[in-house]
Design a binder for this molecule. Structure first.
Ligand code: PLP
Length: 391
């Protein structure tokens, strides 16, 4: 068992590997079994029942069937839980599968069908909540409206900080206090556990689109929720019956990706800070959206977030036409959705990731979002300069 006192960088490298020496291996093992031999009808059946009701497999009965449990996925979950200061974690086939499970696990009971969602949120989350597809009723509000908007049937408060794509920061502790006994789910995709640990601020669930920084290489689609045992049981129950389990090859890549997460996030952040400061001086840029760029009135950088992250959005003076030019004129940035990988991406959220959002909450037409990667910052600046100047 590794010591709970270790620094984040050490935990990132060692978590979820306690038993490797005992197994006689050094790299993470991958178990691709879709089904598992049953020791006996009774032992298998009891283990099946334990997992279908949200628990873990029994030692006697084993994993039974991969939709219920997979050891490679469980290994990744234990590592991510350590990084998020959570008791445990539950991994899913995508960030949206994780959000779906959180809604079904909390807001599908007869007396608790209401979700309070603090805008802005990722477009897919906003869309899922506003569609009512899962039977929950959602009220959208601002962070200061949470206390007044909580109802007796409110099952969960959802927030994202920094928010996608405007990089607005929300005071997690203040929302947790305003929510009272209602659990708060924080989407920590942009900050990662390297920069922010919402559990320490009172959040009940911490969601990641693991597709982004956790994977970090643009080759896995996944989601994960770090939380306490009770929520984990409810989430696993939903996962077992709806089938949103993460594939073990994805879990392996994510677990391997965690080892370099602190180094990647800090290096990408250093690049983003240089690029945000340079963009602030560019005549084509009306506004740079980057944490701390126009002050930090809530005092959240340092208190809540250990850094400012590697996502930058800009409002272009030339509006849609200029956004259209810039996204096709860049060479090093790829014009693509998603974020958090080692290579830089650029996209215009109003047309893509936030297209399904109601017009009043949709990002401005002139807003372009940059996910800053690990390339040399001077090369990224030169690439943006030629694309912005050419427009
Ligand atoms: N949360 C945030 C902040 C996101 O940016 C995304 C995807 O872009 C999601 C959730 C959904 O994750 P996924 O695309 O892995 O389903």
């Amino acid at each position: 068992m590794i010591s709970p006192q270790l620094q984040l960088d050490t935990v990132a490298v060692h978590a979820g590997r306690d038993d490797l020496a005992e197994l006689g291996v050094h790299a993470l093992p991958i178990d691709l079994s879709s089904t598992n031999p049953l020791p006996s009808i009774e032992a298998g059946g009891l283990s099946y029942e334990a997992m279908a009701s949200g628990g873990t497999p029994t030692a006697e009965g084993g994993s039974v069937y991969a939709r219920l449990w997979n050891p490679t996925v469980a290994r990744f979950e234990s590592a991510l839980a350590r990084l998020e200061h959570a008791e445990t974690a539950v991994a899913f086939s995508s960030g949206m599968a994780a959000m779906t499970a959180a809604i079904l696990a909390t807001a599908s009971g007869p007396r608790h069908r209401h979700v309070l969602a603090v805008r802005p949120l990722y477009g897919g989350t906003d869309h899922l909540l506003s569609s009512g597809l899962l039977g929950a009723e959602t009220t959208f509000c601002g962070p200061s409206e949470v206390a007044a908007a909580v109802r007796p049937d409110t099952a969960m408060v959802v927030l994202e900080t920094p928010a996608n794509p405007t990089l607005e920061l929300v005071d997690i502790r203040a929302v947790v206090e305003a929510a009272g006994s209602v659990p708060v789910l924080v989407d920590n995709t942009f900050a990662t556990p390297v920069l922010q640990n919402p559990i320490d601020l009172g959040a009940s669930m911490v969601l990641h689109s693991a597709t982004k920084y956790l994977g970090g290489h643009g080759d896995v689609v996944a989601g994960v929720i770090a939380c306490g045992r009770e929520f984990a049981e409810a989430l696993r129950r939903v996962r077992a019956v709806t089938g949103g389990l993460l594939h073990p090859l994805g879990a392996y890549l994510l677990h391997r990706g965690l080892t370099t997460l602190p180094v990647r996030v800090r290096a990408q952040q250093a690049n983003a800070q240089l690029i945000a400061a340079w963009l602030e001086t560019h005549p084509s840029v009306a506004r740079v959206h980057y944490p701390g760029m126009s002050g930090d009135p809530q005092g959240l950088i340092g208190r809540q977030m250990k850094g400012t992250g590697a996502m930058v959005s800009i409002d272009l003076r030339g509006g849609f036409d200029q956004a259209s030019h810039v996204t096709s004129a860049v060479h090093l940035f790829t014009h693509a959705v998603s974020l958090g990988g080692v290579d830089s991406l650029i996209q215009r959220p109003a047309a893509l990731t936030h297209r399904p959002v109601a017009p009043e909450a949709r990002p401005a037409d002139s807003l372009v979002r940059l996910s800053i990667g690990l390339e040399a910052p001077e090369d990224l600046i030169a690439d943006l300069d030629q694309a912005l100047t050419g427009a």
